[in-house]
Design a protein around this ligand. Sequence first.
Ligand SMILES: C[S@@+](CC[C@H](N)C(=O)[O-])C[C@H]1O[C@@H](n2cnc3c(N)ncnc32)[C@H](O)[C@@H]1O
Length: 428
Amino acid sequence: MHKRTDTAINLFIDKLDNSGIGISLMQNENVCLVPYTLPGERVKANIINKFKSKMYCSNLEILENSSDRCNKTCEHFTKCGGCLLQHWQYENYKQWKFNLIRQPLLKLTPDIKTLDMISADNYSRRRAKFFLRQDNNSCKLGFKKYKSETLININNCIIIDPEIMEFMSEVKNAFNKSFLTNEILIFHVNKLDYGLDILIQTKKSLRINDLINIFKNFKSKIISIYYQQNNQNPELILFYNKNKLSFGKDNVYGLIPPAGFFQSTKLAENELIKNILNEIQNKNNHVLDLYSGSGTFTLPLLKNSYNVYAIDNNKSSIESLIKSSKEQNLFNNFKYNISNLTKERIETHFFQNFDMVILDPPRAGAITQVTSLGKSKVKKIIYISCNIQTFLRDSIILLSYGYKIKYILPIDQFLYTSHLEIFSVFEI
Ligand SMILES: C[S@@+](CC[C@H](N)C(=O)[O-])C[C@H]1O[C@@H](n2cnc3c(N)ncnc32)[C@H](O)[C@@H]1O
């Protein structure tokens, strides 16, 4: 049970936890967790919640600064919950993040080869989800506060691609002028080759014509706008161009469904594709691409003459893969399946049909698959993960079946957070 208190206390921050929150160690094994602090700092904090031995605090004031504190933060930092670690000198943050994966892996396999971490630039994120709420004549648009439902107005985000930010300001201006609803609207914006693909989600129904009118005179390059009420199928309400996204450097593209997944930054996408292609040489090889999405890896592999079997549970993604592979004459070497990989375990003998298996699961990892995969002794496994904990959990299982990690490449495409993209190669 969470219990709310409102007591201000002074604390010394001993270290950061793995999510980047400052920890103050108390007597009797209790800890206080204070965001936006650094080791060695003294802070004034307010206890907000208690849960078991943890006291969650808000950061009221830094009483003694760490010399590693960086003051060049974005104007919304500490109000918006998107970034947790802009207040640390960048090199310290980078080293800390690298060690989040490096240190536990060293314990598992002391001779691990970890390549230098590659980092995305500011303003490079190609996907964003933001919230809009109108009341009477004003409109708030932005992201939520850390661990809260409070909506924070955002005028300038240093993570997101400027074209998306520009679109966000246009949305805000337009909704300031015409009132549509007082419920929260959720905007998913994907930046694709020809412009922005937008999905607007609501609970209650909106008048579609009013919504269309809002976007008619926008200067932003919009490809399409979909409207979705209560998890029904997204309805295309405005359409200008194709939902195409070029993958890697081989002149091949995917077709991204409304709010569909693709790598957040071009840098990560290029690195992942390049490293996969480096690991496979024989042109007729068969590759199993688990959690394929709309084909970030499948399509460049097909383009390079490999045979690919793609599996994902998202019907729209697999349908888009079928369409894009047909359009580009890549369908002949392509097989697919729509399947829930959390529930349906692939049999060991099926894995044995492949020269390489790629796993790129969501944050929950691939626990249902790794035992059967480990037993298969497939020559090469590429495991791409965005969650250090589930990656380590699944790696332990693969290592227990005799696999060795050839190398890992950390890619920081989730700047100023504890989230990290990990590319890894397992061989037997
Ligand atoms: C991290 S994304 C990777 C997508 C793709 N590899 C890419 O790079 O664009 C994870 C993918 O797993 C899929 N997914 C999530 N849960 C799944 C499940 N239970 N079974 C199968 N696929 C799932 C999602 O639809 C998504 O496409």
